[in-house]
Design a protein around this ligand. Structure first.
Ligand code: MF3
Ligand code: CO
Length: 249
């Protein structure tokens, strides 16, 4: 069942989303060569807590940190480590969630560390563009897989592939609610979208093959072929006309 949120619930999710968006934006200045993935996660946790909210990920299914920090071929769920120092030319995906009065917002960005290759820059930009292609279908009357199809079409038209083993999702009191939202598929399938649904739309795009594997830490998902991957995610409210992303400033 897809839970429809009341305007009061959406108001709380909007407040949560503001902090998530602020933290992600401030990371753009913090992320530089020499910083560790743990430094990033510590900043995320401290800033969410300073704003009176709770880092959603910490302790979620035993996850040990307040952010997922995934470098280069790591797609998602990279566990922060003080020994993992970022280097010029790396790309790093940071995925975070804030919980406020029982409601969750979830979002991710991929950042360039110093100067990166043109190929890496293009992957980051296309992944973001994939989100916006999907966003255009976050409207009453569209079908769920219209979002999926739009994301896949954009990624593949740019010569990239979308990861299939992980999906976007409904979000609200729980970080993961129904429905699952794959980043690929035929259009015109699945439930019709209704006002008050809230979704985390999150394209994960590989510069090579879409195949991923999970490392022995049981969390970190990497591309099987070692190619670069990027992730871009926002929490979005379905409306009659213009969708409302809650985690974008
Ligand atoms: N943001 C991720 C998602 O969209 C969840 C992170 S997993 C966690 O599914 F365990 F770290 F929370
Ligand atoms: Co998510």
């Amino acid at each position: 069942m897809i839970i429809i949120k009341s305007s009061e619930e959406i108001r709380l999710m909007r407040e949560s989303g503001k902090v998530t968006a602020f933290v992600l934006r401030s990371l753009a200045e913090l992320i530089k060569p020499g910083i560790s993935t743990k430094d990033i996660s510590d900043y995320v946790e401290e800033t969410i807590l300073k704003n009176g909210m709770t880092p959603t990920f910490k302790g979620y299914n035993g996850y040990p940190a307040g952010a997922c920090v995934s470098v280069n071929e790591e797609v998602i769920h990279g566990i922060p480590r003080s020994s993992r120092l970022l280097r010029e030319g790396d790309i790093v995906s940071v995925d975070i969630g804030s919980t406020w009065k029982g409601y969750v917002s979830d979002a991710a960005r991929t950042y360039a560390v110093g100067a990166v290759s043109d190929a890496a820059r293009r992957l980051i930009d296309v992944t973001e563009a994939c989100f916006f292609e999907g966003l255009a279908f976050c409207r009453v009357g569209c079908r769920l897989s219209d979002i999926s199809h739009a994301i896949q079409s954009k990624a593949e038209s740019e010569g990239f592939s979308v990861v299939r083993d992980f999906v976007g999702h409904g979000i609200g009191r729980d970080m993961h609610e129904e429905p699952q939202i794959p980043n690929y598929g035929k259009p015109g399938r699945g439930p019709r979208l209704a006002k008050g649904m809230v979704f985390a739309i999150e394209p994960m795009v590989s510069a090579g093959s879409h195949e991923v594997e999970v490392l022995l830490d049981n969390w970190t998902a990497v591309t099987r072929d070692g190619s670069l991957a990027a992730h871009y995610e926002n929490t979005v409210v379905i409306t009659e006309d213009r969708p409302e992303p809650l985690t974008l400033e």
